[in-house]
Design a protein around this ligand. Structure first.
Ligand code: DCT
Ligand code: MG
Length: 523
């Protein structure tokens, strides 16, 4: 599929084709109202009358009641590209008797409801943000707002309104990372991350005015996509032999860029060629990567992550009843899919966790649930200053696993006895089980990290991600607060002390940052 097709499928139509969509006529009288207890009013300001008509029509077709004028009957006010302050000021001037009862919502609540075919529950991300408007009356410009250059001072939910641009920038950033072009990688990563936090879709270049993190190169990409709907650099990357091989080879668990480049240099282009090569030696991890390739490359779903969590929790509790298992990573940020499932294991009592990880993995093996494990022992005995590198690996004991998840456990969360074929604590990597008739299980990548109680909040903050959020949090800490942060702790360079924290909220407070919820860290 070309990137044009991919981007076209995202519901954003390039400039030239856009006008047609807005010419839908209003025919609401024909549609039955299915949801009697809410009446929507859509604010035209900064949305435009044709888009407003289109949205009103859409909602009416789906059984919602939408009123043309704001009156006391209205229950839900929906706005796009406006801050809460702006809408609230406007509502105050409408002299309503029930203004305080009105639900003042962002367009994301409306679009989520349209997608669900019913009014969805109002979540925090559906509320309009309070924002300081610097220039609100620029013709053609969206609200230009004070947006921080640091992702840790922005709220980025999974509701990315600029996917058409971020897909392109992410891919180009990834290629810069492959080529070790750190400057361009950082510049593109910051630009794409900023777009993910915007409460509106970029629809013209004027929307970028006043935003940090954009330079000539990144602006040119946006401009091209606005003009043509596609980015020529992305188009050519998708046809680039080296990029394609690097993507393909690094999609195998255990294969990093160095190995991918080696295979590419040796002339290999497909996984079949690599697997068939006589003189290539694979690590234990790579062998597992090839064996469970299909499963590992089909995303883990949230119900699968929950089922794995239940298994791990039961086993950890059997080993040490006062230990806790905490889901982290992308799923904690509200993602519905991930490439793996990340868990922190922690004990209330000091020292009790010493053998916990090995015991847990042994039990998984005995229950026939272990397909692969790769331990990394803790590498830090005494407290050290946090690393100066924003991307540095932490020192916790951890294990990278591939688990065999019985599909019957997904959704119903009943822990059944493993099937007879599964209860064999043998070397699973040698078994050709992947090819058996009915495969009632899925191989799932799981990371387990053992964390001492007093470092738990820092580890949780670090492992919740996203990668860009963490990088910017550390950069902010260093540049703005003269402190150093990593997954183990926070060091105040001026006072020369480590700052203790029991919760993530306390860490944000140490850094004088407004608390950003995990689901707002999808930077
Ligand atoms: N992380 C970390 N140290 C590592 C690896 C990861 O601090 N050695 C952080 C950064 C993100 C987070 O942990 C989870 O990592 P991933 O699982 O790679 O990312 P994810 O956000 O969970 O994304 P995915 O859904 O693809 O798993
Ligand atoms: Mg993850």
């Amino acid at each position: 599929m070309s990137s044009a097709e991919k981007l076209g499928g995202l519901g954003i139509i390039p400039k030239r084709k856009r006008q047609k969509v807005t010419e839908v006529s209003s025919s609401h009288s024909k549609h039955e109202v299915r949801f009697q207890n809410l009446i929507i009013f859509i604010v035209e300001r900064k949305m435009g009358s044709s888009r407003r008509m289109f949205l009103m029509d859409l909602a009416r077709k789906k059984g919602f009641r939408v009123d043309d004028v704001l009156s006391d009957s209205v229950t839900h006010v929906v706005a796009e590209n406006n801050s809460w302050n702006e809408i609230w000021d406007w509502i105050q001037n409408q002299k309503l008797s029930n203004a305080d009862k009105l639900k003042v919502l962002d367009i994301s609540w409306f679009t989520d409801s349209m997608a669900a075919g019913k009014p969805v529950d109002i979540e925090e991300q559906h509320r309009l943000q309070e924002r300081k408007i610097l220039q609100s009356n620029l013709p053609l410009a969206s609200p230009v707002v004070t947006i921080s250059q640091y992702a840790c001072q922005r709220r980025s939910t999974v509701n990315n309104r600029n996917k058409i641009f971020t897909d392109a920038l992410d891919m180009l950033a990834e290629n810069f990372e492959f080529n070790e072009n750190d400057g361009a990688f950082v510049a593109f990563s910051r630009a794409t991350s900023l777009l993910k936090s915007l409460p509106y879709t970029i629809s013209r270049m004027a929307n970028l005015e006043g935003l940090p993190c954009f330079g000539e190169q990144t602006k040119a990409i946006i401009e091209e996509i606005l003009e043509d709907g596609v980015c020529s650099k992305v188009e050519s990357l998708l046809c680039d032999e080296k990029y394609k091989a690097r993507k393909l080879f690094t999609s195998v668990f255990g294969v990093g860029l160095k190995t991918a480049d080696k295979w590419y240099g040796q002339g290999f282009r497909t996984l079949e060629e690599v697997k068939a090569a006589k003189d290539l030696k694979f690590t234990k991890m790579q062998k597992a990567g090839f064996l469970y390739y299909e499963d590992i490359n089909s995303a883990v779903t949230r119900p699968e992550a929950d089922a794995v969590g239940q298994i791990i929790e039961n086993i950890v509790q059997e080993c040490t009843p006062d230990a806790s298992v905490t889901l982290t990573g992308g799923f904690k940020r509200g993602k519905v899919k991930g490439h793996d499932v990340d868990f922190l294991i922690s004990c209330l009592k000091e020292g009790k966790h010493e053998d916990l990880l090995h015991k847990t993995v042994r039990k998984l093996d005995i229950q026939g649930l272990l397909l692969h494990s790769d331990f990394m022992e803790a590498t830090l005995e005494k407290r050290k200053l946090p690393s100066k590198q924003y991307d540095a690996m932490d020192h916790f004991q951890k294990c990278f696993l591939i688990l065999k998840l019985n599909k019957a456990l997904v959704n119903n969360r009943v822990l059944s006895v493993p099937s007879v074929s599964a209860v064999r604590p043998t070397n699973k990597e040698a078994e050709p089980e992947v090819n058996t008739k009915i495969k009632d299980w899925k191989a799932i990548r799981v990371d387990l990290v053992v964390v001492p109680a007093q470092q738990f909040a820092y580890a949780l903050l670090g492992w919740t991600g996203s990668r860009q959020f963490e990088r910017d949090l550390r950069r902010y800490t260093h540049h703005e607060k003269n402190m150093m942060l990593d997954n183990h702790g926070l060091y105040d360079k001026k006072k020369k002390v480590f700052l203790e924290a029991k919760t993530e909220e306390e860490i944000f407070a140490h850094l004088d940052l407004d608390y950003i919820e995990p689901w707002e860290r999808n930077a």
